[in-house]
Design a protein around this ligand. Structure first.
Ligand code: ADP
Ligand code: ZN
Ligand code: ZN
Length: 717
């Protein structure tokens, strides 16, 4: 560290600014945390303010983290701040603390956490107008015209909401208890444990947390509500607005265009919005009056970001609650019918409080009967057993819509040539190319590659190519052949590319305008269908034989979620059924599923995990490498392992941290890039982080050609 006090007049001040710079540049300038020194000539400035600064030959936006810092680099090389952003209130100390927690926990530079958490329109230096500011010496003020425009529009949002009267629902006893518990946690002197709101599908969890939110809003505070997917439920924001009369509801998700995103972010940041409803990215929103955080469907995999900062929004929400505001923790409610094993284990040990809603909320609604339909390969050429056909025909006759769940899109997973054994494959990835009949194309579901379906086998010229296996398009085709009179639609990523299409299909089911809706998981996400009495699952078996230790957990929760769409209509949906075709009816997962017994399933899962020393009984990280040759990626990981092992013995942590052998990833090649990984496992979270800190410091000094990153708490390995 260089002492600058002697060389410079005391008036001179330095700012340490977080910038989202590529790691390579950061390494070249000797920075590790994504913080850079700048000279400041202006008036008062505080941490959390935005500044426009030069960086290399560009001008970028940064967040001031430390003011009046002693320069950490050669003062001669330190450049001046170009402009200080006016018109946007500084980010709060709490927000800065949250970002710095995330940076430490995920072992990423601070700038890489902070900047991507801001709306993209706010991060672009070019969007700012710079003006001289007489009071600030040579530093100019920077204003964002888009922000000013976005704040006129705010008024409209206000008047549009809160017009509908609240529905008159009386909470049942279990709901009332859960609500009382959550409301108690809002009190200043309450204990700070997160709450697990565990309730079967349709048990009225949403109703409970909506009322807790109403209390929070009435007390003048803000509520943050995270949901897995918002595009499918545009009516959700409306529901919120109508159920929380007078509350101003903003939303944040990736479906918003840049201007809208900025607008809603500002509503939250300025405290104008009382409720912020959003997907995972909203967990880092700035909320100055935050008083409650709700994570709905907390087990959902979409809370995990799979690129850049690979964070779990669920975990950050819990951390944000703990960091709190004004020295007090913020209550966090995690809601799910099938909590993640991590959350469930915390509830079992008492680290989280648990409220259980064990009955359906709508009077006389009961859970559907789940039945297994054993299938033999020979029996169902089109994938539909007679049991399923009969049940579907019956519902069509009764004008009750049927949901058919099949978690694989496209027409067939692969095309094959019977003459020579050729298989359709993606030339860029180590996977099959999926046959899509709708556009007569082969698609790679990993890299997006597409090609017209060949007329003849590219290897031997045989014109008889066969589609093997089944995707949603093929299921739809079979259903149309079987039920030519029925109104059938398909909901998956291919059929719903255009905005509003998915919501339209779901509305059509509600309105009774569809007889059969075939689809992937999109069918299942929280829709409250009152008229559905039959849900069919075509093939549940793939996940049963997966190498991924979380595959059964995911399958169980998917099936529970899908099954949960049936029988929600009270007395008129008695006799609601879920039919699951499987070749492994004896699998223990199904016994628990039929009994609607998540707790039994969770107990057996946790026992297995404890035996095998898997999460939540251990903590994991993976080091991943990408290179053009597989050998290069593996060699890098071998080298990394070689660097790591001595560190373990130095820290005498050989017994608590394990470094596994590098292996290629399950899909090793994607878009010509070979990928491999090395698993790190530790019994204590602390030991894991201590080791990774030391390890990354040593690795960062190696000059290597491969691209690599570390992921903490990976969901898929
Ligand atoms: P979950 O979030 O647990 O799936 P919801 O909160 O969406 O359940 O409730 C399912 C349905 O039951 C909704 O239509 C809701 O309006 C209704 N509902 C919730 N609580 C009650 C109640 N106490 N009495 C009657 N209906 C209720
Ligand atoms: Zn061939
Ligand atoms: Zn590909």
């Amino acid at each position: 560290m260089i002492d600058t006090t002697a060389a410079h007049p005391p008036a001179q001040r330095f700012l340490r600014v977080a910038i989202d710079a590529p790691a390579a540049v950061a390494a070249a300038t000797g920075e590790h945390e994504g913080l850079y020194d700048y000279r400041w000539h202006g008036g008062p400035i505080s941490p959390g303010e935005l500044v426009v600064v030069p960086f290399g030959n560009r001008t970028v936006v940064g967040v001031v983290v430390i003011v009046d810092a002693v320069a950490t680099t050669d003062p001669q090389r330190i450049r001046d701040v170009v402009g200080c952003v006016r018109g946007i209130a500084p980010l709060s100390t709490e927000w800065l603390a949250l970002a710095s927690f995330a940076a430490r926990y995920y072992h990423r530079p601070l700038g890489e956490v902070m900047l991507p958490a801001l709306p993209v329109a706010m991060r672009k230096a070019a969007n700012y107008v710079l003006e001289d500011e007489p009071s600030s010496g040579s530093t100019r003020s920077a204003s964002l015209p888009a922000v000013e425009r976005a704040t006129q529009r705010a008024a409209k949002t206000r008047s549009a909401t809160g017009t509908e009267a609240p529905a008159s629902i009386t909470l049942n006893t279990l709901q009332a208890e859960a609500l009382a518990g959550i409301v108690a946690s809002l009190q200043p002197d309450a204990a700070s444990r997160p709450t697990l709101l565990y309730g079967i599908t349709g048990s009225g969890k949403t109703e409970v947390y909506l009322r807790a939110i109403a209390e929070v809003v009435a007390a003048g505070r803000q509520a943050l509500v995270l949901v897995p997917e918002i595009n499918l439920t545009p009516q959700l924001a409306l529901t919120f607005a109508s159920r929380l009369p007078g509350a101003r509801v903003a939303s944040l998700h990736s479906g918003h265009a840049a201007g809208r995103r900025l607008h809603h972010w500002m509503l939250a940041h300025e405290g104008t919005a009382d409720v912020l409803l959003g997907t995972r990215l909203a967990v880092m929103a700035s909320l100055p009056r935050l008083g409650l955080i709700v994570v709905d469907e907390e087990h959902d995999a979409s809370y995990k970001q799979q690129e850049g900062l690979r964070y779990s929004a669920r975990d950050l929400a819990v951390a944000r609650g703990k960091l709190g505001r004004d020295g007090r923790s913020i209550p966090v409610v995690l809601a799910s019918a099938t909590p993640s094993m991590e959350t469930w284990a915390h509830a079992e040990t008492g680290r989280y409080r648990k409220f259980a809603l064990s009955e359906r909320a709508v009077p006389e609604a009961s859970l559907p009967t789940i039945r297994l339909v054993p299938t033999l390969r020979a029996e169902a050429a089109d994938g539909l057993t007679t049991t399923l056909r009969d049940a579907i025909a019956d519902r069509i006759a009764r004008r009750e819509p049927v949901l058919v769940f099949h978690n694989r899109r496209g027409y067939a997973p692969v095309l094959t040539c019977a003459a020579c054994g050729w298989l359709s494959a993606c030339p860029r990835c180590s996977v099959n190319a999926v046959f899509h009949k709708a556009d007569r194309q082969l698609h790679c579901h990993h890299c997006g590659w597409q090609r017209r379906v060949p007329r003849a086998c590219p290897a031997c010229g045989n014109v008889d190519l066969a589609a093997v296996g089944r995707g949603t398009q093929r299921v739809e085709e079979s259903l149309r052949a079987l039920f030519p009179e029925a109104r059938i639609a398909r909901i998956d990523r291919d059929s719903t590319r255009r905005k509003g299409v998915a919501a339209g299909m779901l509305d059509a089911v509600h309105a009774g305008e569809l007889d059969i809706l075939v689809g992937t998981q999109m069918l299942a996400k929280g829709h409250d269908f009152r008229n559905v009495t039959l849900v069919c699952v075509l093939d549940a078996d793939n996940a049963l034989y997966s190498h991924d230790f979380r595959a059964t957990e995911r399958l169980f929760s998917n099936l529970m979620q899908v099954a949960g769409r049936a029988g929600r209509g009270g007395a008129r949906s008695h006799g609601a059924e879920v039919l699951i075709q499987t070749r492994a009816p004896e699998h223990p997962l199904f016994a628990a599923l039929i009994a609607h017994d998540f707790e039994r399933f969770a107990a057996s899962q946790l026992a297995e995990r404890a035996d095998a020393g898997l999460p939540p009984y251990s903590h994991q990280a993976v080091l991943r490498a990408e290179a053009s040759e597989a050998a290069e990626a593996i060699a890098f990981l071998e080298m990394a392992r070689g660097i790591g092992l001595p560190l373990l013995s130095e820290q005498s942590s050989t017994d608590v941290v394990d470094l596994y052998d590098p292996v290629p990833m399950t899909v090793a090649r994607v878009a010509h890039v070979e990928r491999a990984q090395l698993l790190v496992e530790a019994r204590s979270r602390r030991a894991l982080h201590v080791f990774i800190d030391a390890w990354l410091a040593s690795l960062g000094e190696e000059r290597v050609k491969v691209r690599w990153h570390i992921e903490i708490d990976p969901l898929e390995i």
